[in-house]
Ligand binder design. Structure first.
Ligand SMILES: Cc1ncc(COP(=O)(O)O)c(C=O)c1O
Length: 367
């Protein structure tokens, strides 16, 4: 008799469960300050809370396909209607749905690094080959390199994914580079998880009208502050959305998140407040830390900031250990890159947390 292991598809063998150790730590030790996962520091608005309570009473009912919330999303983005929108259990599920539709084992996904880790995980699960094209580190900036992305294209390329703004670098790629990549006709996923912080004017959503291979992904986990609720969506040409939607798990988005998402999308005042708070705190942190010799601060348009302390002779992991030990702040490590080990990333926290962070960084760099 064969062992059960022999029945698994070969490409999932040996892959461990994705466990986010810093989130495990934060839930285990709630006195620690969560400045590591690009969550929003503010709780949901009263309008969202009301919707959650209202639909909690209907939790015995199956949801519909989300026509109302999809219609609202289309309207906000200047698209024709719900047929241009697919919803998922967080944008992480949306990537999974998109990747499954295009990627066969042995074929390639191009990502631009450093970037968000889920593209790699979803590619692995499908037996795909991940091709990582590094950004350029120049003049204390991490720059997009669309030409290098295009050079990495082969017959086997089935998906190109770029986050805009990128996590962890915080910057936007220029509009011409998006067109160059879209022109290849290859399925092109533009991850706009953080775009609301800069404003929808920075979105590339208009490309979906001209290019049937362009897909925009978004989430309510960041500027809308609903990471624990799990709601994300994709925007694209209606034929593409129809085909991908055919692969959705029925009722993939529950009644409560669906209607709470609608309340959040309608609550523009609350979004604006979160956005203003975030952007002014980014400026505060930038100013407060700008005169530390040898500390590079990357200009961020998201709710996080990347730093490189290598030129000051500092190691990123040691900064993180110091912040946790001395101030109870959980920050995010960043693997060494470009031969430098001084990188670390922070998430914008509450006012108080951001001031604790500034103190921690100043103290650590003064040592
Ligand atoms: C670039 C990027 N895209 C997507 C996500 C995931 O968002 P969701 O909570 O919608 O799965 C994150 C989360 O950190 C992210 O950084």
């Amino acid at each position: 008799m064969k062992q059960i292991q022999e029945y698994f598809v070969p490409w999932i063998k040996g892959i461990p469960m994705y466990i986010s150790s810093h989130l495990e730590l934060a839930w285990r030790e709630p006195q620690l300050h969560r400045m590591m996962s690009n969550e929003n520091p503010h709780e949901p608005s009263p309008k969202v809370y009301e919707a959650i309570v209202k639909y909690a009473k209907m939790a015995n009912r199956y949801p519909d396909q989300g026509l109302v919330v999809r219609g609202k999303i289309a309207e906000i983005n200047g698209l024709d209607g719900p047929g241009n929108v697919m919803i998922g259990n967080g944008s992480s599920e949306v990537f999974d749905m998109l990747f499954r539709c295009f990627l066969e084992p042995g074929q390639e996904v191009i990502q631009h690094t450093p970037c968000f880790g889920i593209y790699k995980l979803r590619c692995q699960i499908l037996g795909g080959k991940l091709v990582s094209v590094p950004m350029i580190y120049k003049d204390k900036q991490l720059l997009f390199d669309a030409d290098a992305v295009l050079k990495a294209v082969t017959e086997k390329t089935k998906i190109i994914v770029i986050a805009n703004p990128n996590n962890p670098t915080g910057n936007f790629m220029d509009a011409d580079s998006f067109i160059k990549i879209a022109e290849t006709g290859i399925p092109f996923v533009i991850d706009e998880a953080y775009v609301e912080y800069a404003g929808l004017e920075m979105s590339q959503v208009q490309l979906t009208k001209k290019y049937k291979n362009v897909m925009i992904t978004r989430t309510l986990s960041k500027a809308y502050g609903l990471a624990g609720m799990r709601f994300g969506y994709a925007l694209a040409d209606k034929d593409l959305i129809a085909q991908v939607s055919a692969t959705l798990i029925p009722w993939n988005v529950g009644t409560i998140p669906m209607w709470a998402a609608l309340a959040a999308l309608e609550d523009t005042e609350s979004l604006e407040k979160r956005r203003e708070f975030n952007n002014s705190e980014i400026k505060f942190i930038e100013n407060a830390l700008s005169n530390i010799p040898g500390l590079t601060i990357f200009r961020s348009y998201g709710n996080y900031m990347l730093f490189d302390g290598t030129d000051a002779g500092k190691v990123g992991d040691e900064m993180i250990a110091y912040a946790q030990k001395k101030k109870g702040l959980i920050l995010r490590p960043q693997a060494p890159m470009y031969g430098r080990n001084g990188f670390f990333r922070i998430t914008i926290g509450t006012k108080e947390e951001n001031r604790m962070l500034v103190e921690a960084v100043k103290e650590f760099f003064a040592q």
